[in-house]
Design a protein around this ligand. Structure first.
Ligand code: MF3
Ligand code: CO
Length: 252
């Protein structure tokens, strides 16, 4: 069942999203070779507390951390760890912020120091694919229109779209209907209506889209060991078009 949000509820989610956007902007300032993803996780926890918000992922199905931190071939649900990030790494930091019971979800991939041309292209295409999907998040379109636009753009640039994880509705719960795949056919799936709030969160791989899950039962990594990146926004479907709840005012 899809839970439609009122304008007031969307404004509450926007407040959570503004804090989340600010966290990502702070991470961008501190991320460098020699910092650990556990340092970033502690920073996020403290920062959210100062803003009166909560890290919604902590305790979710037994998950222990404020953030997911997925390095290089890790696709998603990487555990923050004390190991230091190295020059040339890429890392995706994903989190859900809860402000007064309303949630916002956003993941961002970061370059650590100097990265390869291939890694730069991966980050660039993945971020652009998110905005290509967002453009399709308008009243009257269907979920498949978002999915297809992302898949076409990504594959025409030689990369692959992860199948096993999808975007989702979000509100007072982290995961609501509908599911939002980042691959598929246009004109298919649920029709978008005013007041729906969804995440769009393409996970894009340099090589195969196939993955394996680590022994920790959480972390997904590419089967071929090649790089993976992800950008995610929470989006409200409104009369005025897609409202990016977690907008950082960043380059599109
Ligand atoms: N932010 C993730 C999502 O997009 C949720 C991570 S799973 C968790 O759905 F357990 F870490 F919360
Ligand atoms: Co999400």
């Amino acid at each position: 069942m899809i839970i439609i949000k009122t304008e007031e509820e969307i404004q509450k989610m926007k407040k959570a999203g503004e804090i989340l956007a600010d966290v990502h902007k702070e991470i961008a300032k501190i991320i460098r070779p020699g910092i650990s993803t556990m340092d970033i996780d502690r920073f996020v926890d403290d920062y959210l507390a100062k803003r009166g918000a909560i890290a919604a992922q902590k305790g979710y199905h037994g998950y222990k951390y404020a953030t997911c931190a997925s390095v290089n071939d890790e696709i998603c649900h990487g555990f923050p760890r004390e190991e230091l990030l190295k020059d040339g790494d890429i890392v995706t930091i994903d989190m859900v912020v809860d402000l007064d019971g309303w949630l916002a979800d956003s993941a961002w991939s970061y370059a650590v120091g100097d990265i390869t041309e291939e890694a730069k292209k991966l980050l660039d295409i993945t971020r652009k694919s998110l905005y290509i999907g967002i453009e399709k998040a308008v009243i009257g379109n269907r979920i498949g229109d978002i999915s297809n636009a992302i898949q076409k753009f990504v594959e025409s640039n030689g990369f692959s779209v992860v199948r096993d994880f999808v975007g989702h509705g979000i509100g007072k719960s982290m995961h609501e209907d509908p599911q939002v795949p980042h691959y598929g056919n246009p004109g298919r799936g649920v029709r978008l209506t005013e007041g729906m709030v969804i995440t769009i969160e393409p996970m894009i791989n340099v090589g195969t889209f196939r993955l394996k899950i680590d022994d920790n039962q959480w972390t997904a990594r590419t089967l071929d060991g090649k790089l993976s990146a992800q950008y995610e926004h929470t989006i409200a479907i409104t009369k005025d078009g897609p409202l990016i709840i977690t907008d950082q005012g960043e380059e599109r």
